[in-house]
Design a protein. Sequence first.
Length: 97
Amino acid sequence: MINKSLLLRLVAKPGKEKQLAQLLTEGLQYMLDEPKTINWYAFRINESTFGIFDTFPDADALHEHHTGKLAQAIINTAPELLAEKPSVEATDILAWK
């Protein structure tokens, strides 16, 4: 059952949009190593704004995800790629299909 989710919003620095899109696209490979991440989506909102939405069975899985390879890659590249601090919202799933 899916109970938790994470919504992340990332704004690229001018000229860094392509690199951020590439990082997120390649992030799928990291997610394959996270069996407790049930669903994972990387998306683009507009030219410079991107997002990630992922779901988890419980709070423990969500916390494990925070120490995963993609999370570390985002943290490590944030000063170079991001125009602002990422917006991170942990949410409770009320219903899903």
